[in-house]
Design a binder for this molecule. Sequence first.
Ligand code: DAV
Length: 371
Amino acid sequence: MKDKKVIVNSWNEWDPLKHVIVGRADGCCIPAPEPALDAKVPEDSDMKGKHGPRTKDTVDKANQLLNDFVSILEKRGIKVDRPEPLNFNQEISTPDWKVESMFGCMPARDVILTVGNEMLEATMSYRCRWFEYLNYRPLINKYYEQDPNMKHESAPKPRLTDLDYRKDYLSDKIGIQKRLEWTEKKFFVTTEEEPLFDAADILRFGKDLVVQHGFTTNLKGIDWLSRHYKNHRVHAVNFPGDPYPIHIDATFTPIKPGLIINNPHRRLPKEQKKLFEDNGWKIVDAAQPAHNAPPPLCYSSVWLSMNVLVLDPKTVCVEKSEVYQAEQLDKLGMEVIPVELRDAYAFGGGLHCCTADVYREGKLEDYFPKQ
Ligand code: DAV
């Protein structure tokens, strides 16, 4: 039996999920241009030049899908909490900058990192997301009151002045070839001015944390994480082949101990595979996405097909239209639960993105003893 006082506990991406946060689409805005965000919006995107609140119809549809996902989880005995949306359509500022609006609170995974009994608010690197942690504060404060061992941490708020962003990325006519050269050389939009990371760049494998170095997380951010998580080993990874590298969860997805699916267009470089191979982990190419293009007004790529939520080492939620990904995971021995979410993708991502762990059964374990 679970100790009632222990509310927060999650050490990896696959142990049995018992309590989770699922985001909301309410009031979500397409943010106005700003340096870090511009670098991520694909050059041919229908989002170029648009900003402001999303339409009521699209918000309602996304919320309906998120609510249905919540019901599926609850029917399986998983407790679900929801954030409290701010009014995103208002100007925000710090002494250094101001932006016309905020973003939203659908992708909880981007902001909140749960490691063991601790929830950490990420720095973020987009100005429009600077205050996003506030949507989760009512929940986090509640967990903190109920669970005497829970730790609530916040990474140093970054200043996000222009010094944080490389001017080379200001053009929207860089071209995919140049972007691929730059990202392969680890020349990303964010500089090393101060520590920056999004929580969705981090994967938890017990004692080891695997962190993607890319647009939203810099080396100083990874160094900050390794100083913060003293009892962990923190590994920086990068994935050449991705022209817009943000967040690890449409690129490299652990399914259960010993098994990872990797985006075949963004393979982990050979030398970085060593840690996994030396410890008997298999990295297999993920199945092709079922779609040729993302849905309208969406930041993310078609590889949200891989953005699955593992409920336990035998059960995984896969977006309903992603039939190839479902088939692959079925063949790999998983029970696949189809969940419709595609019309919510534009609000910040898929099934992994829109959730943040509160409680998974299980303890801290060492899955990579050889290193
Ligand atoms: O492939 O566009 C999406 C990750 C969202 N958290 C991609 C990355």
